[in-house]
Design a protein around this ligand. Sequence first.
Ligand SMILES: [Ca+2]
Length: 368
Amino acid sequence: MRVSSIVPGLSAAALLLQLLAAPAQAERPAARPGKAKAVRAEAGHSYRHRAELRAFAAEVATRHDWDASWVQAQLADARRLPRVAQLIMPPAVGAAKNWAAYHDRFVEPRRIQAGLDFWQTHQDTLQRAEDRFGVPAAVVVGIIGVETFYGRITGNFRVVDALATLSFDFPAGRSDRSAFFFRNELEELLVLARREGVRADSIRGSYAGAIGWPQFLPGSINRHAVDFDGDGHIDLQRSVADAIGSVAHLQRHGWQPGMATHFEVQPPPLGAPARATLLAPDILPSFDATRFAELGATLDDAGRRHDGPLALVELHNGQAAPSHVAGTQNFYVLTRYNWSSYYAMAVITLGEAVKAARTKAGASAGGS
Ligand SMILES: [Ca+2]
């Protein structure tokens, strides 16, 4: 996946993504979306006397011109959690990517019903976010549903423990994340705590430090979150309105209101050079509808009328034949939230399923 300036949520969804959609990786039998919630904070060793932590605290205090004793106090009880270091690791090598499994995990009746309830309860806020930022309610509903099952699975780690562990005891074996990345997030956590007037160790989140209903990392909160209920605070753990507004606000970058996220497409045959040409740019929209046709890819009617670049997105299904869609700019924007076409497709499909259920419920209510 491509590098992005926007940091993705490292949520239960992201964890599951590694399990179900990562290249040549095995599923862990115990892995479920609810897993993070079940993991209780462990005792762990205190970082109080670690030289790196003290040096970090001094550096951060200097950089922000903060009282060093305040920074030390925020970090004094941070503990090393071996479980966090385990969870951040990619699973063992083995199975293939599997969109079908990912889809079935996230787009299923219980989550659709929860999404319907969520939309019903928060319809005014969702509409306000759509009006303000141009991002459809269905997309916000899809994201919050995939990330945390509508607030059911937000993680129960102390974020300061998770981020300290990943900052000072980052395990070897991951190339896409680093201790440096998480030290930056630990610093952002302190920025957040200071601005909101809360203790850093009062904030709970995922094993990777992702917080609240939309699972934003502290840096994403500081850069993109908004106070959408107007109480003067940004609280993605307790304010659903702040969560909805923040997701839409983050997503607005590059979002084209009214544009579809993707179209149906029949790719050129397996082994055809044109297929490789179309797949080469991965999820970056690079070819217009005319070029798709020239290369032997058959778009649906709406896709043929689309004015703008498309990407041939390939979703593997384990040993079965892969699925394909033609992703637009808006599909690409969704992958900035979490760098995966599987994630983007799950968000879109869940949002559409909830929207369809809502339409159906409205129609039957209106007809009775
Ligand atoms: Ca607020």
